[in-house]
Write a protein that binds this ligand. Sequence first.
Ligand code: DC
Length: 217
Amino acid sequence: MTIPVITIDGPTASGKGTVADAVAQALGWHVLDSGALYRLTALVCLRREIDPDSVRAVADVARTLDVSFNDGIRLAGEAVSLEIRAEAVGNLASRVAAYPEVREALLQRQRDFRVAPGLVADGRDMGTAVFPDAGLKVFLLASAEARAARRHKQLMEKGIPATLGDLLEDLRARDARDTGRAASPLKPASDARILDSSDLSIDETVQQVLAWYGHPG
Ligand code: DC
């Protein structure tokens, strides 16, 4: 029997992570934050001062990441959940994610998260490339303004300084890069359901995903 997967793809700060966590919790399933793998790759590159233009060196980092998700996100045992959310890490993640070699290096690692009773996977290419046979594929949208405001709130809560204008500019640049790259660009799978969450609460968004899956919620 194949293990069920729900994929939630969408642009940066669309709320994918929060929605994926809540859907996974409602179903009692596992969750994969695939963006964290790209962010971890970027973090290691920054720390080791690896030239981001050196595709081979960056792909080596991706291939050899020593990561665990069991107790927060850990890199060789060190808690890095907060550090990988920094804008500098996110921006570099979006750059290195354009390399097919990096995506290939992370592919099997992502598929290994598919364990019983099920998986909710969030990212950019979960429905198109990593889990093309997923039973439900959701493409989560929200306006750039709504996403910038959400990210601003998140960062403030974590005590990370940021301005709304910079965030809006950053996320537009990241959208353009994630959408415009040749390797697994950000786009809805042909069989994805589009969900615009600009005017929805997190709970309403989660309930819609569960309803599509046929779960009473
Ligand atoms: O979801 P996020 O913001 O944590 O992702 C960080 C970057 O990683 C994002 O700008 C693009 C990249 N990414 C990707 O290319 N494919 C994924 N499945 C997830 C993230």
